[in-house]
Design a protein around this ligand. Structure first.
Ligand SMILES: *Cc1c(COP(=O)(O)O)cnc(C)c1O
Length: 456
């Protein structure tokens, strides 16, 4: 039996690591809608984008046709510090569930920043350095992106200025200290440092902030500071491109043992880990070579795919970023404060939005108490303390495995375990104390936010 030769953890050799990122857009017949200049409503050009992003990243952002982009040697050497990441068979979880399904997870939490975000952080910092910039600005919500970027900037000797959503800044002091240890400066957002921040503070003095608002601050700071550019940890096409390393490795590891997945599951905040994990599989699907069920999992409290609309919207609260056609809850949407962890962004990657719109993937939303129930079961069986974000994917993987128990089908399920939850102990504490609640936004709340969509 070939099966007996399959190890518990499938590692690729270093030499089997992908040498190029895969650009899923090249295989899409319906390309993601272009970013629009918020003033002229014309598609953004590389030159216009280069005022905000590094030139090379602006080129990657708009490139819908090149299927493979070589990974520069310097980035490959950095990747080798923590990649290839393992693809793990969740035997203990399967046993606990008594499921005939085979469940695998691709574990991206094996680096100090604790998540997949480092895959794009090092790439973005590298291109900034290569362009001769002094530093970069960014926002961070739950803190993983800020940590990953701080690490990458420390490695390359770049300045790093992070606007951290105020609720997270207060709830996760150790995240903040980790970023500062890597040399970043961290400011709670909204702040009085920027025009956007001051405006939001004047209108909502008590606000805990949001990603959309922190993005506005970071962009304003970058554009107003010579030698700086802005970098973003999710949503953008360039980030999905860098994250394709996750899917390429996953596919190589499965191919090595001739394992064919039936279902591929990822949590969806801005869509970068999911877009990266599914990239080569979706590519096969688009080219008609194979078919898979692909499932995006989001929180009920911030349900952009399942309850949002597909429309042009602002990417940030300050409305200074390009307009993006995506599934959105409206740029003014702020998830309820009782929502723990990440996945709080109001929109979704334009690439994933188009694929979802074309019926090439499914989406579902899950309640956070159910998410933490899954996280707890996973921690107790597989040993890893999962990030709350990742636990959305665990929830769906468990639900699919339990369906297999009912039907007796031996499906192969692969999900993305995007990170670890060591800095999320306040949320775990709430769950353990039975004090965690679920919040489902009303149609009125979502409608109110959607009423402010730009007229395009
Ligand atoms: C940021 C983050 C996510 C969500 O972001 P995506 O861009 O949707 O992938 C998921 N899991 C972890 C651990 C994260 O840090």
């Amino acid at each position: 039996m070939a099966n007996e030769k399959i190890p518990y953890k499938i590692y690729l050799e270093e030499t089997q690591m992908p040498k190029a990122w895969y650009n899923l857009r090249a295989d899409m017949r319906n390309k993601p809608a272009p970013l629009l200049n918020p003033q002229t409503l014309e598609p953004m050009s590389v030159d216009e984008l280069s005022a905000v992003f590094c030139k090379e990243l602006a080129i990657q952002e708009l490139d819908d046709t090149t299927p493979f982009v070589d990974i520069p040697d310097e980035i490959l050497s950095f990747y080798k510090m923590y990649r290839p990441s393992p693809l793990v068979r969740a035997y203990c979880l399967e046993e606990k569930l008594k499921t005939p399904a085979k469940v695998y997870y691709k574990f991206e939490g094996n680096n100090t920043s604790g998540s997949h975000k480092l895959n794009s952080a090092i790439a973005q910092a590298y291109y900034a350095k290569k362009q001769g910039l002094v530093g970069v600005t960014t926002e961070t919500g739950a803190g993983q992106w800020g940590t990953a970027l701080s690490m990458a900037c420390a490695y390359l000797g770049l300045d790093c200025k992070v606007y951290m959503v105020k609720v997270s800044y207060e709830q996760k002091p150790f995240r903040r200290e980790l970023m500062r240890t890597y040399g970043a400066s961290v400011t709670p957002s909204p702040s009085a440092e920027t025009q956007c921040g001051r405006k939001i503070l004047a209108a909502h003095p008590e606000t805990g902030g949001s990603l959309g608002c922190a993005i506005s601050e970071a962009v304003e700071k970058a554009v107003g500071t010579p030698g700086y550019r802005y970098v973003l940890g999710s949503v953008l096409n360039q980030v999905l491109l860098h994250q394709s390393i996750i899917g390429l490795e996953t596919k190589a590891a499965l191919d090595k043992y001739e394992i064919v997945p039936d279902i591929i599951i990822g949590c969806a905040g801005g869509g970068s880990n999911l877009g990266g994990l599914i990239a080569p599989f979706m590519g096969q699907k688009l080219r008609g070579e194979a078919d898979y069920r692909i499932i995006a999992v989001e929180p009920v409290s911030c349900p952009s795919l399942t309850r949002g609309v597909y429309a042009y919207d602002f990417c940030d609260t300050g409305m200074i970023c390009p307009l993006s056609k995506m599934y959105t809850l409206g740029s003014g949407f702020i998830p309820a404060p009782n929502h723990a962890g990440g996945l709080r962004y109001h929109g979704m990657s334009t690439t994933l939005s188009q694929l979802y719109h074309d019926g090439l993937m499914e989406a579902r939303s899950v309640e956070q108490t159910k998410v933490f129930e899954a996280a707890e079961l996973f921690a107790r069986t597989e040993g890893i303390l999962p990030a709350p974000e990742s636990s959305h994917a665990i929830r769906a993987a468990i639900d699919e495995a339990e369906n297999c128990s009912l039907t007796g089908e031996e499906k192969t399920i692969v999900f993305g375990l995007t990170g670890t939850g060591y800095f999320d102990m306040t949320a775990y504490e709430k769950y353990n104390d039975g004090k965690m609640s679920d919040y489902v936004p009303t149609d009125e709340e979502i409608g109110e936010s959607l009423a402010n969509l730009p007229k395009v």
